[in-house]
Write a protein that binds this ligand. Sequence first.
Ligand code: AMP
Ligand code: SF4
Length: 476
Amino acid sequence: MPTELPIIDPDKFHDECAVFGVYGHEEAANLTYLGLYALQHRGQEASGIVSGDGEQFFVQKGMGLVADIFHKSVLEKLPGHMAIGHNRYSTTGGNDLKNVQPLIVNFALGNLALAHNGNLINAQMLRHELEAYGAIFQSTSDSEVIIHLIAHSRADSFLARIIDALSQVRGAFSVVLMTDNGLIAARDPYGLRPLCIARLRSSWVVASETCAFDLLDAEYVREVEPGELIVITEQGLDSHHPFPKVNPAMCVFEYVYFARPDSRIFGANAVYGTRKALGRRLAQESGVPADVVIPVPDSGVPAALGYAEGGRIPFETGLIRNHYVGRTFIEPEQSIRHFGVKVKLNAVPEVLEGKRVVVVDDSLVRGTTSRKIVKMIRQAGAKEVHMRISSPPILSPCFYGIDTPTKKELIASDHSIEEIRKYITADSLAYLSIDGMLTSAPMASDQYCTACFTERYPIPFTRAEELQLGLFESGH
Ligand code: AMP
Ligand code: SF4
């Protein structure tokens, strides 16, 4: 009965993460540290590394930034030829290290560690069922259901149990698992979150994004394909396709905002180039006479460059970012977030005074950042402020692992563009069209998930999930 279902806490969907793994290197933990360091932008609340020597697992975890947690003395406690790591953005569970991944267990078949990027839409349902069968959960992390499903599976090999478990979860997963024998990397059939493979001489490396390989001088091999499961052992790399094939739905928001611009994701080149193309297209669609184009740093920079190029307007740095403050949005407390915008950005009056300014940002979520930025630019003397957003209006939350607030907090979910313009006090406001976004991205448009912009979720919800996720009344 729907009324007996556990209520899904919207905070559960704040699950931006990075995963990383190395097999076959005597400095596996040190390399994992470097990989996580390069992937810091995907999660800044907590980090963990688990290493293994074939018999034993070693684990170190902490809250905060990678460089603050893994000092030399900590890394020395992580011997072995393989390791996996995780960076996490986490609101639920607070400072509880039990929620910090990789999660580790020791059971009948040996040691197992798991690092998960993504979000499972049926995790709470599965947890409810597993608990009814007597499973005792150690954390409040949704990813732990994968561990319990593996432990409860009747299949005889570790690999068969992992396939069995991953076949039962629905949603987004790019996972890296470690057993005493090696690593397993898998991507959900839709390929929602990225995951790629590289070689470092005779070792194998897997990471959420290729910027992690660049730091190690590892050579990019390829993407883990949507629905592919890769086993890396002494014998080398083995590929499986155990899940029913579906049309891919890779997260277009990785291109818009989330991935690092120097990474290649989803097998295609250059996040940077795509962001610039988004800006160029935006200038075509909603050009406005102006004296200067400025980005909201850092994520708005490539799109603003594209806009300036497309609109033939000089590009300037009109806002300076303090790099020693974390991403404002990623701070879990509302009060810190509001405070953060002011701490993070400051205007450059000599660029803005008396000018008609186009300010480009990659996305507009609640509208709080834009509102403060417009005010700041005006206070610095701008004559006109035109806000341009290099993605379409965000109408609905992401249930696949990108941190978006609930629907009612998304300003575009129940306000017209004109109402939003008034709220942010800009002289004009324009977003990129859906078509503009999809034609600027490298692959065919039917390969992407666009659900937060279109409300077309690629993974069908059950009626119970619709109720749980609060989608029922709005008829999705
Ligand atoms: P808001 O003030 O809520 O409209 O937030 C908009 C700002 O948040 C933009 O500058 C974006 O670059 C940034 N942003 C958008 N999505 C995310 C996200 N999932 N995590 C962190 N920052 C984000
Ligand atoms: Fe990406 Fe949006 Fe789809 Fe989430 S809903 S996976 S953010 S495109």
